[in-house]
Write a protein that binds this ligand. Structure first.
Ligand code: ADP
Ligand code: MG
Length: 312
């Protein structure tokens, strides 16, 4: 009897030592709903959420005093930015070049002319759009260490990459704190690591572009990595039966209308996946082949005619 009790006690202690709990937090940040689930204590998850807001204060174009705000209000003068901002802008330039300008982080003068959430949305003036388009060129960003200069009236908008970048940083933060597994979801920008606590893969749904937010067209299983979707249903309005959504052709400033409804990118790095989801949306399946191969990612295109294209 004594032996049984001591064996049970040892078992109990062993289990007690390894039992961690899943903690989670939900908040509205970076203009979207953020969910963090991690196999750790609540404090660590709350710290991770705070980290997101710290990054938002640096990368948002609307927060006064952020790096992006400072750059956009510097009238072409050099601005000293956070080393991480400089690095992120470098990645933006690289993807700008690789996508032949389909992803262009200097889209700000164009995106500023659209208000997709207005109560009575309207189309921007065509002349203003074509004028604004002349300032859009990622080559107008000069980076020298932590000093960034925007030339020729360029302004930046990190909306196509910031959430992906921040999700990567949150995953790194959690790993640094010794967390074994987690799932970070920033409005469809998902990063997972370590699988679920029971060892199985995380499941990530790709939304049916014709359905509601809850309807998945397909489900991906992943233990480690990032899955990011850009869709024509995220931010849009409809006027006279035409849908105007927030992914813009940098050359015209008009919403991309090429038969793509959504692009999902699966990659190791979520900043890359985020930027590529936007780039591939603009490029369409055929023209995306070389960039998908170059970065060694997987791309799933759901088209407006209900067909599906997967690359590579
Ligand atoms: P979401 O913000 O819904 O995750 P995306 O990652 O596709 O979707 O990013 C869209 C945002 O990126 C827009 O709201 C705008 O700020 C910016 N953007 C729009 N078109 C482009 C483009 N061609 N290149 C870079 N950024 C873009
Ligand atoms: Mg994107």
């Amino acid at each position: 009897m004594k032996r049984i009790v001591s064996v049970l006690l040892i078992l109990f202690l062993l289990l007690g030592c390894t039992v961690e709990t899943v903690s989670s937090a939900v908040d509205f940040a970076c203009d979207t709903v953020v969910t963090i689930r991690a196999y750790t204590d609540q404090r660590t998850v709350d710290d991770a959420m705070r980290l997101i807001r710290d990054y938002e204060r640096v990368l948002s174009k609307t927060v006064q005093g952020s790096d992006v705000w400072n750059l956009n209000h510097a009238n072409g003068e050099p601005v000293t930015v956070d080393p991480e901002t400089a690095q992120l802008l470098q990645l933006c330039q690289e993807i700008g070049e690789r996508s032949e300008g389909a992803f262009d982080v200097t889209i700000a003068p164009l995106s500023a002319l659209w208000d997709f959430t207005a109560e009575q949305p309207s189309l921007p003036d065509a002349k203003r759009l074509s004028e604004a388009a002349t300032a859009v060129d990622w080559r107008n960003i000069s980076i020298d260490g932590n000093t960034v200069t925007l030339r020729n009236g360029a302004q930046i908008d990190l909306g196509g990459i910031a959430k992906g970048y921040i999700a990567d940083r949150v995953a790194a933060f959690l790993k640094d704190r010794g967390v074994r597994c987690a799932c970070i979801n920033m409005g469809g920008n998902v990063v997972v690591f370590g699988g679920k606590p029971d060892g199985s893969a995380w499941t990530i749904g790709i939304r049916d572009p014709q359905g509601t937010a809850e309807q998945s067209e397909e489900i991906l299983s992943l233990k480690d990595g990032a899955v990011v979707t850009s869709g024509n249903y995220e931010r849009f309005f409809e006027l006279d039966g035409v849908r105007y959504h927030h992914i813009l052709d940098p050359k015209t400033g008009m919403p991309v209308d090429n038969g793509v409804a959504s692009v999902t990118i699966e990659a190791d790095c979520s900043a890359l996946a985020d930027a590529l989801s936007t780039a591939c949306f603009v490029l369409g399946p055929e023209a995306s082949k070389s960039i998908v191969t170059h970065y060694d990612v997987r791309a799933i295109f759901l088209m407006t005619d209900d067909t599906r294209v997967e690359l590579p």
